[in-house]
Design a protein around this ligand. Structure first.
Ligand SMILES: Nc1ncnc2c1ncn2[C@@H]1O[C@H](COP(=O)(O)OP(=O)(O)OP(=O)(O)O)[C@@H](O)[C@H]1O
Length: 280
């Protein structure tokens, strides 16, 4: 079967600066794909390309074999929902209104009542029901993030009436969440992937969480795809040290050997020291 998404030789340049260089990979329905990498590696830029928000300078992105840029807006909105790092809301909308917007453009076949219901159940799924009538702009960062996740869920649910093949794109969705909500959000995303065949693409900073939740992890470094890690072939300590410019000090890991740490559920076992640069 055609890949859900296939990226070939994707490059993106702003002026003389190359933000992404010759990136190629493909992903299937039902997969959780994490994207990790140091600050400035190009993770958000790549997600902007994959979502259709920006066009690559070179290369192609195919969604189920069709060129991304050729997809009509409504079809694209039904196929993929995106949760950005910082959701900007220009007006003092309630959380309900923000989430309902997700179901608006793609839920045309649904009654107003059905769309309202979708928004309410998305808020509940994201553990954000208590904010339903609150002004979005007055919510805390983590609360806003839960509402933004609900909005993406509402868009997927409404889009399902038009498209069965769907992609959920999440840019650092857990950055402001406490550990309970981090795990709940990632678990929810994984269930969507494994039970409903949604392709989930998620930018994460926490390597241990990426390892635990994703089927594969794309590692970006300076705009290039350094490697793709899987549970069978996890990121090696050496590669992590090289790409993230840290030293992982085994004796500081509370007796946890690195091998176990690679499969650990929590990033708290990480103990890192800045590497003294070779030039100093
Ligand atoms: N319009 C632009 N013009 C010039 N440089 C840009 C532009 N947009 C992004 N960049 C640069 O491109 C690089 C990649 O940015 P991007 O936001 O994709 O990184 P990231 O991997 O998501 O980083 P972070 O982990 O900090 O969120 C950064 O160095 C950023 O400063």
């Amino acid at each position: 079967m055609t890949e859900m998404i296939a990226v070939h030789d994707l490059s993106y340049q702003v002026g003389p600066k190359k933000l992404l260089e010759r990136i190629s990979f493909a992903a299937k329905a039902g997969e959780v794909l994490a994207i990790v990498g140091p600050n400035g590696a190009g993770k958000s830029t790549l997600l902007r390309m994959l979502s259709g928000e920006a066009r690559p300078s070179e290369g192609t992105i195919l969604i189920r074999g069709e060129a991304l840029e050729a997809l009509p807006q409504r079809q694209l909105a039904a196929r993929r929902a995106v949760m950005l790092q910082n959701s900007r809301v220009a007006f003092p909308f309630t959380a309900f209104e923000v989430v309902r917007l997700g179901a608006e453009g793609v839920g045309i076949g649904l009654s107003r009542r059905d769309r309202d219901q979708l928004a309410l159940s998305a808020l509940a799924s994201a553990d954000a029901a208590e904010f339903t009538e609150r002004n979005f702009l007055t919510l805390s960062g983590g609360e806003q993030q839960r509402v933004s996740f609900a909005r993406a869920l509402a868009q997927l649910a409404a889009g399902k009436t038009l498209e069965s093949d769907q992609i959920l794109m999440l840019d650092e969705p857990i950055a402001s969440l406490d550990i309970r909500h981090q795990l709940a959000l990632l678990e929810h995303a994984r269930t969507l992937a494994h039970s409903e065949r949604v392709l989930v693409i998620v930018v994460l900073h926490d390597l241990a969480l990426a390892h635990s939740f994703a089927d594969r992890t794309l590692v970006l470094q300076k705009g290039r795809l350094a490697t793709i890690a899987t549970s069978e072939a996890p990121l090696s300590r050496d590669l992590i040290e090289r790409i993230f410019e840290v030293s992982i000090v085994a004796e500081h890991c509370h007796g946890t050997p690195w091998r176990q740490l690679e499969g650990s559920q929590s990033s708290t076992a990480f103990s890192q020291q800045r590497r003294v640069s070779a030039s100093t």
